[in-house]
Design a binder for this molecule. Structure first.
Ligand SMILES: [Fe+2]
Length: 329
């Protein structure tokens, strides 16, 4: 390595070590996280185990706010499905607002799929009273907060999944994967019916649990680390084939077909994928939320609305900065 580059690598090293205490997950981009020697000594599985224990504690803080039956279903499957979540009149108004929303979208292209999102900030929510009511709904916030292990759930979007937009490339989200090494939350309040025609969210029940077999699998994956054949996997979102599920004691993936006005909340550390859309070109409209916090923070935060606004402002600053930094590099 040329001397200039090795000096830069040396300067980066403390930051890369510090990243071990964060949600950083890329074997490929962080040579400490991707170190085969350290992972052979158990670095990756230690992070996985500690993060799972800490999330267990955070969910325990918040358990009293969620009905026992829902907690049991979540503990068993790694996701919960609540049909007819909103009163019919509120859902009808929400649907009208969401379909009428004309704010510019942020689009992400992954293979043949385009995901179009509108961040639900104060400006967008200004003329959407039903959406404001949903986001303020205690039942909604408490369930999402419980799965996320935090008191607040600030990241919420209107999302449209456009499947089959380009047929030449496969969508990487249609392969079974785990989003990251630690428990994390995603939620969908479907505005459209979802079934085989438009690509249902598909989840391997029980795959959020950290069993011995899963830990052994994580260990083996971490040894390959940066050399894992798929880019997303080398960046820490591990992929698994359907055929390998049995060896981990897991059942087949279950597509979640549901009617509009169904809320689905899942821990996407469990194995999941976007289902194939049998109609080829198809859309799916939903309110979508996600939360990914520092997995090593044992506290669920504070339930103040002002902190929601601060989180949102920081996130928008990040969205503004990201393309500019990418352009420079
Ligand atoms: Fe995912």
């Amino acid at each position: 390595m040329p001397p200039g580059r090795s000096a830069v690598a040396l300067l980066r090293l403390p930051l890369q070590v510090l990243a071990l205490a964060s949600g950083a997950k890329s074997f490929r981009d962080n040579p400490v996280i991707g170190s085969r020697r350290l992972n052979r000594l158990g670095l990756h599985v230690s992070r996985v185990t500690l993060a799972a224990l800490i999330m267990g504690l955070r969910r325990l803080w918040l358990a009293a706010f969620v009905p026992r039956a829902l907690r049991q279903a979540f503990a068993r499957d790694g996701f919960v499905v609540l049909p007819d979540f909103l009163p019919a009149a509120l859902f009808a108004q929400l649907e009208m607002e969401v379909r009428a929303c004309r704010h510019p979208t942020t689009d992400m292209v992954q293979g043949d799929t385009v995901t179009a999102r509108v961040l639900l900030d104060g400006r967008v929510l200004g003329d959407m009273p039903a959406a404001r009511a949903v986001l303020a709904d205690r039942r909604y916030r408490r369930l999402l907060g419980y799965v996320a292990g935090r008191c607040r759930v600030p990241g919420q979007w209107i999302q449209t999944i456009h499947s089959g937009v380009r047929l030449d490339q496969p969508d990487p989200q249609r392969r079974l994967h785990s989003d990251t090494f630690h428990p994390t939350m995603k939620a969908w309040l479907f505005i459209d019916d979802v079934d085989a025609r438009n690509g249902p969210f598909t989840y391997v029940p029980g795959s959020h649990r950290l069993t011995r077999a899963r830990l052994a699998w994580e260990y083996r994956q971490s040894l390959a680390g940066a050399e894992l054949p798929e880019l997303y996997a080398a960046r820490g979102s591990l992929r698994i084939d359907d055929a390998a599920l049995g060896a981990l004691g897991l059942a087949a993936p279950r597509p979640i077909h549901c009617r509009r006005n169904t809320l689905v909340v899942a821990d996407t550390r469990g194995f999941h994928r976007r289902g194939n859309a049998s109609d080829g070109r198809a859309d799916r409209l939903e309110l979508w939320a996600m939360s990914r916090t520092n997995p090593f923070n044992p506290l669920p935060g504070l339930p103040f609305a002002a902190l929601d606004r601060l989180d949102l402002a920081l996130f928008k600053g990040f969205l503004w900065l990201r393309p500019r930094l990418r352009r420079r590099t």
